[in-house]
Design a protein around this ligand. Structure first.
Ligand code: 3PG
Ligand code: CO
Length: 547
């Protein structure tokens, strides 16, 4: 893993790598493109330097290891690619293959849960949508059919409504489809048992709010929630009447005629999480897996056979049982830099902290070498982010500047959460404010890089803020019955910008013009070059060359 010195670029500290989470370079530049509408003099000035120093790279579909060109990018695959420099077949693709070949039903994880099918209940906990970011409905259906084929007599679904990777309001369609499909599972008593909105129940990440997971545990496991319904379709109808978006629906439990929950989790049951993506199911996995668990009072800890669709944390080996082996992401930039004694600083706020560390390092929660890596988490507020679109960008900037000034680090990596987290609310004005805030923060960092004589690379992990409206096939904005634009809460298929520069960048070094289809994985070799080294040959080629 020894890195050779770059023939042209000197090893000159510091190098800044700055990620604008959810900032796409969308070809559609109308009033719904928050990155475009926002006043962004810094990003504009980077773009104005022209194609030698500013370009875009692909951040969606096969370029980041996703199954098809219709798959929007996301932070897991984006940061995996940025950190590893490789295109890795991702969870979504691996599960597709395992279901297609039916190997999933032969492998160890399934064999572990299967003995529960005959006399006990199989519980499936999942994000209910086809967003393709955390889960996909067709995969859920494949799992349910496989379970019934393998003798499952009692199936209970615990579903988190989406509205974040798919449009708000679609939870009804997914629930109706699920209810219909459950009715077709012959010889199996299959029912929806509990649920709630994904941003209210179960799917917290990076320990931002354990209360979400506790609400999920109570609903899924104990059968307790303030809202009880006999019918899941009725449940969503009633909960939506309160005006909440799909993401934020309150927890609910389905009960029988006597008011008893239809699907509590009991000893000897099997519990499977049908999400392939890690970040938002690590906490609930810990609650099921760890006998000694202190993050909330579980009240009851049933002894179940628990499996994830994948193993979610490679360092913690969590969970121990899983249906599909996760992508093997090895020799990431973090590991290579540490092996060469180079020092890294990484910082974001809670909502994106694991993106710039855990995902960046190939879904590992630890350090490669704690003496060489400093990770700083700025606590995020637990608020709807359109109400606080500036989020913690200033604090991240301050931490990044301090790290740059300290002279201690070979590379300083910061991730700004705003364009993505505010973009997911569907609030255009707030997202414009989010983009403007990021732009101002980037300026501060770049000014300091100038002062310190360093180099920078500014990029993003996927699109989001660059389109805030649902569109028809002709790209025309769609409106609702009231004539108002229908907000787009999800990511986009847009490529993302990459900008390089700084006083230490030799004048002969420019972006190559022979990599038009480059993607996020090509960015890794690029920043390793900026640090003064040749990148390992197994990484995707660098975007820059000296001529
Ligand atoms: C989420 O988990 O918030 C969304 O599904 C995806 O957003 P991210 O990929 O930007 O984290
Ligand atoms: Co996002």
């Amino acid at each position: 893993m020894e890195l050779a010195p770059h023939p042209v670029i000197p090893r000159k500290k510091p190098v800044l790598v700055c990620i604008l989470d959810g900032w796409g370079e969308n070809p559609v530049k109308d009033g719904f493109n928050a990155c475009h509408v926002a006043k962004t003099p810094t990003m504009d000035s980077l773009a104005a330097k022209g194609s030698a120093y500013y370009r875009s790279v692909l951040a969606h579909g096969p370029a980041v290891g996703l199954p098809t060109d219709q798959d929007m990018g996301n932070s897991e695959v984006g940061h995996n690619a940025l950190g590893a420099g490789k295109i890795i077949a991702q969870g979504a693709s691996l599960v597709d293959i395992a279901l297609e070949k039916k190997s999933i039903f032969q492998d160890a994880g399934w064999q572990y849960v299967k003995p529960a099918f005959e006399a006990n209940t199989l519980h499936i906990i999942t994000l209910l949508s086809s967003g393709g970011v955390h889960s996909r409905y067709d995969q859920l259906k494949g799992l349910m059919q496989g379970a019934v084929a393998d003798g499952c007599k009692m199936l209970r679904l615990h579903v988190l409504t989406d509205g974040r990777d798919v449009p708000d309001g679609t939870c009804h369609e997914y629930m109706s489809t699920l209810v219909k499909d459950l009715a077709t599972l012959e010889g199996c008593d299959a029912k929806v048992a509990s649920g709630g909105g994904r941003m209210k129940v179960t799917m917290d990440r990076y320990e931002a709010d354990w209360g979400m997971v506790e609400r999920g545990w109570k609903a899924h496991v104990l059968g307790e929630a303030p809202n009880k319904f006999k019918d899941p379709i009725e449940a969503l109808k009633k909960l939506k009447e309160g005006g909440d978006s799909d993401q934020y629906l309150e927890p609910f439990v389905i009960v029988d005629e006597e008011g008893k929950a239809v699907g509590t989790v009991e000893d000897d049951d099997a519990v499977v999480i049908a999400n392939f993506r890690a970040d938002r199911v690590v906490e609930i996995s810990k609650a099921f897996e760890y006998p000694d668990f202190k993050d909330f009072d579980r009240v009851r800890f049933p002894k179940v056979k628990f499996a994830g669709l994948m193993q979610y944390d490679g360092d913690l080996k969590l969970p121990a049982n899983y249906l599909v082996p996760p992508p093997l992401i090895e020799r990431t930039s973090g590991e290579v830099l540490a092996a060469n004694g180079l020092k890294t600083f990484a910082c974001s706020e809670t909502q994106k902290f694991g993106h710039v560390t855990f995902f960046w390092n190939g879904n590992r929660s630890g350090y490669f070498n704690e003496n060489l890596e400093t990770y700083v988490e700025i606590p995020s507020d637990n608020v709807p982010f359109n109400q606080a679109p500036l989020m913690k960008a200033r604090e991240i900037t301050a931490a990044g500047k301090e790290a740059l000034r300290s002279g201690k680090y070979d590379v300083v990596r910061v991730n700004y959460a705003n364009p993505d987290m505010v973009g997911h609310t569907g609030d255009l004005q707030a997202t414009i404010a989010a983009c403007e805030e990021c732009d101002a923060c980037v300026k501060e960092l770049l000014d300091l890089v100038d002062e310190l004589g360093g180099m920078y690379l500014v990029t993003a992990d996927h699109g989001n803020a660059d389109d805030m409206v649902q569109r028809n096939k002709k790209n025309e904005p769609l409106t609702g019955e009231d004539g108002a634009p229908l907000p787009l809460t999800s990511h986009t298929l847009a490529p993302v910008p990459v900008a390089i520069g700084g006083p230490a960048l030799p004048a002969t070094v420019k972006f190559r013009d022979d990599l038009p289809k480059a993607g996020l994985a090509n960015v890794t070799a690029t920043y390793i070059n900026l640090m003064g080294y040749e990148a390992p040959a197994e990484m995707e080629p660098s975007l820059i060359a000296a001529n």
